[in-house]
Design a protein around this ligand. Structure first.
Ligand SMILES: Nc1ncnc2c1ncn2[C@@H]1O[C@H](COP(=O)(O)OP(=O)(O)OP(=O)(O)O)[C@@H](O)[C@H]1O
Length: 258
C-alpha cells in the first residue's frame, strides 16, 4: 500500500537542541498511528510539521506522492489535514455553532441556515445535541474536546476536496478522567468508521488511549523512530525503550530528567 504521508530525513532544532534528527516516517491510509515517547521528545513538533504549520530545517514531507513546498498557507496539499489540539482551542467569544462552522462562515457562501444544519449533523456525530448556541465557557472540558472534534471533521459541501482525510490528534484525552477518556477514545474509532477520517495520527501519553485508538505505534526518542510495530505487540516486544516506557520504570535506556 502507498503511504498517504511520508516524512523523509526530517531534522528540526530549536536553538542548540536538536529535537528531530533525520527522522523517516510513513503514514498509511486507513491506519490509526500512535506517536509515543518521553516528554519533550518532539511528538507535537512532528504533528506541526505534518500539518504544515512548522517547516523542518532539513528533510521532505510528501503528501500522496507530491512534495510539499513551504508551509500550509503557501502550498496546496492534495490532502486536507484536520487537527484536534490538546486544549480544545475554541474561540471563547464565538458560540459552538460559530466555532464548528468557522471555516464555512469564513470561506463559503453557504447560507447561515444551511451551515446550522451541517454543524448540527457534525455535533450529532460527536454525540452532542442542543449545544450549538452555547459558548465554550458553558461546557465541560470533555464537551469542549468533542466540539473541537466536530470542528476538525467539518466539511464544505462546495469543496469536497477540502474534506479532512487525515486527522492529527494532540493528546485529546489529556486531563480527562478515565470515563471521559473512554468516551473520547470511542469517538476517535467511531469517526474513523463513519466520518471518512480513516487515517489519523494520535499523540498521547495515556496507556488506554494508545491501546484503544491505535493500530500501529512509533516510539520516538533522540530524534528518530526507535520502534515501529503493531499496537498488539506492545506487551511482547523486547525493545528496551518500549519495555521501560510501558513499565514506567526509572531504570533503563531512557534518560530520566529530574
Ligand atoms: N517553538 C519552540 N521554540 C523553542 N523550543 C521549542 C519550540 N517548540 C518545541 N520546543 C522544544 O522542543 C522540544 C520538543 O517539544 P514537543 O512539544 O514537540 O515535545 P513532545 O514530545 O510533544 O512533549 P510532551 O510529551 O511533553 O508534550 C521541547 O524541549 C520543547 O521545549
Amino acid at each position: 500500500m502507498e503511504p498517504i504521508i511520508q516524512l523523509r530525513g526530517i531534522s528540526k532544532a530549536f536553538g542548540k537542541s536538536v529535537i528531530l534528527d533525520g527522522m523517516d516516517l510513513d503514514i498509511y491510509p486507513g491506519q490509526g498511528l500512535g506517536i509515543i515517547g518521553p516528554s519533550g521528545t518532539g511528538k507535537s513538533t512532528i504533528l506541526r510539521i505534518i500539518a504544515g504549520l512548522l517547516a523542518p530545517d532539513e528533510g521532505e514531507v510528501w503528501i500522496r506522492g507530491q512534495k510539499r513546498q513551504g508551509l500550509i498557507e503557501d502550498g496546496n496539499d492534495p490532502v486536507y489535514i484536520g487537527m484536534v489540539f490538546q486544549q480544545a482551542a475554541l474561540f471563547d467569544s464565538l458560540t459552538v455553532e460559530e466555532n464548528v462552522g468557522f471555516r464555512l462562515f469564513q470561506q463559503s457562501r453557504i447560507s447561515r441556515q444551511k451551515i446550522r444544519e451541517l454543524v448540527e449533523a457534525k455535533l450529532a456525530m460527536v454525540g452532542m445535541v442542543d449545544v450549538a448556541d452555547r459558548y465554550p465557557a458553558q461546557l465541560s472540558g470533555g464537551m469542549r474536546k468533542r466540539v473541537s472534534f466536530a470542528r476538525a471533521i467539518m466539511s464544505n459541501p462546495e469543496r469536497p476536496e477540502d474534506n479532512p482525510e487525515v486527522l492529527l490528534y494532540d493528546e485529546p484525552t489529556a486531563g480527562l478522567d478515565p470515563i471521559a477518556s473512554t468516551v473520547i477514545e470511542d469517538l476517535v474509532r467511531d469517526l474513523q468508521h463513519q466520518a471518512g477520517c480513516g487515517t489519523y495520527v494520535m499523540v498521547t501519553h495515556q496507556s488506554s488511549t494508545i491501546r484503544r485508538t491505535t493500530d500501529r505505534i512509533v516510539f520516538i526518542y533522540q530524534g528518530k523512530v526507535q520502534w515501529d510495530g503493531k499496537t498488539d505487540d506492545i506487551d511482547t516486544t523486547d525493545n528496551p525503550l518500549m519495555r521501560q516506557f510501558f513499565n514506567a520504570s526509572i531504570h533503563g535506556p531512557i534518560h530520566v530528567i529530574d
